[in-house]
Design a protein around this ligand. Structure first.
Ligand code: NAD
Length: 297
């Protein structure tokens, strides 16, 4: 399966994703505001273009991988809606607020486009390796059309539901990750203060009811469990600044629908304080354990 894809946003994530599409035989017309990003995209087998509308030449689908909802709305409304070929498939893979995703989905459908929100789970390494998980919101027809191109960049493509459902799944999942990470970190600290050896506590909790991905894949204590960011000085994982961005989106979504999220709200406060320090903001989410060590409850 191949075709011509207009790709907007060749940053940390988008570059690897676009490179995978090019490697799988897609013609990728790449646009980014950054000259350096365009050069990297060209080197990765894409055709870098000097202006946003140029990316759409001959393309039957467009993908955006941009920082936030405002950037996505600008590119969709100012470029895609006017310049994309009639009936094109529009895919946003960025992590943005559910409300903007739904608005853009509705506006795209009204203009005769197939559109999906398809945020990803997995970081820069998964984007480069083509092993992302996509959670997709949109009609059955739009999902069926988007699946092959998403599969070329990932290991799993899951239809979450109608427009905005991909972002809803992403926001709920990441709020859960934040809360379980904080809870895992405080459980290890409690166990330690009660005199338990951390590895012994891991051996027990990882096969007991306290088990979670935060414990068995990203254990916040170095030297405990399988290799994790904690073993690399909390480098190379999921940056706390990005976790904070996702938590703010989750809190916004919860407020909009009146959902009670006391654990998510507390996690958001803790990451808000932790990521206020730029040196900590770049560390993996599991580094939150440092904020709990010595911090009064
Ligand atoms: P990034 O900042 O590295 O890349 C964004 C790129 O978009 C930049 O190169 C920027 O120049 C470009 N850009 C901004 N406005 C543009 C415009 N109008 N037209 C064209 N290009 C434009 O960000 P990233 O880490 O690649 O993340 C992208 C999205 O993926 C975000 O929404 C993020 O939350 C999400 N995400 C990131 C990760 C991660 O680990 N980095 C993981 C999952 C999801």
């Amino acid at each position: 399966m191949s075709g011509t894809v207009a790709f907007f946003g060749l940053g940390n994530m988008g570059l690897g994703m676009a490179a995978n599409l090019a490697a799988k035989g897609y013609a990728v017309r790449a646009f980014d505001l950054s000259e350096a990003a365009l050069e990297k995209a060209e080197a990765a087998g894409c055709h870098a273009v000097p202006a946003a509308p140029d990316a759409l030449e001959g393309a039957e689908m467009a993908i955006t991988m941009l920082p936030a909802g405002s950037h996505v709305a600008a590119v969709w409304r100012e470029t895609l809606f006017d310049r994309a070929a009639p009936g094109s498939l529009l895919i946003d893979c960025s992590t943005i607020d559910v409300a903007t995703a739904r608005e853009l989905g509705a506006e795209a459908a009204a203009r005769g486009f197939d559109a999906v929100d398809a945020p990803v789970s997995g970081g820069v390494a998964a984007a480069a390796a083509g092993t992302l998980t996509f959670m997709v919101g949109g009609s059955d027809a739009a999902f069926a059309r988007a699946r092959p191109v998403l599969a070329a960049m990932g290991k799993a493509v899951i239809h979450a539901g109608g427009s905005g459902a991909g972002q809803a799944a992403k926001t709920a999942n990441n709020m859960l990750l934040a809360a379980t990470m904080v809870a895992t970190a405080e459980a290890f600290l409690l166990a330690q203060k009660l005199g338990l050896d951390p590895q012994r506590f891991y051996d027990i909790a990882s096969v007991s009811s306290g088990q979670s991905w935060s414990m068995t894949s990203y254990c916040p204590l170095p030297g405990v469990g399988p290799e994790s960011p904690a073993d690399r000085g909390y480098e190379g994982g999921f940056a706390s600044a990005l976790m904070l961005k996702d938590l703010r989106l989750a809190m916004e979504a919860a407020q909009a629908v009146g959902a009670s999220t006391p654990m998510g709200a507390r996690a958001a406060e803790l990451y808000e304080a932790f990521a206020a320090d730029p040196a900590r903001a770049r560390l993996d989410v599991s580094a939150i354990i440092h904020a709990l060590e010595g911090a009064a409850p």
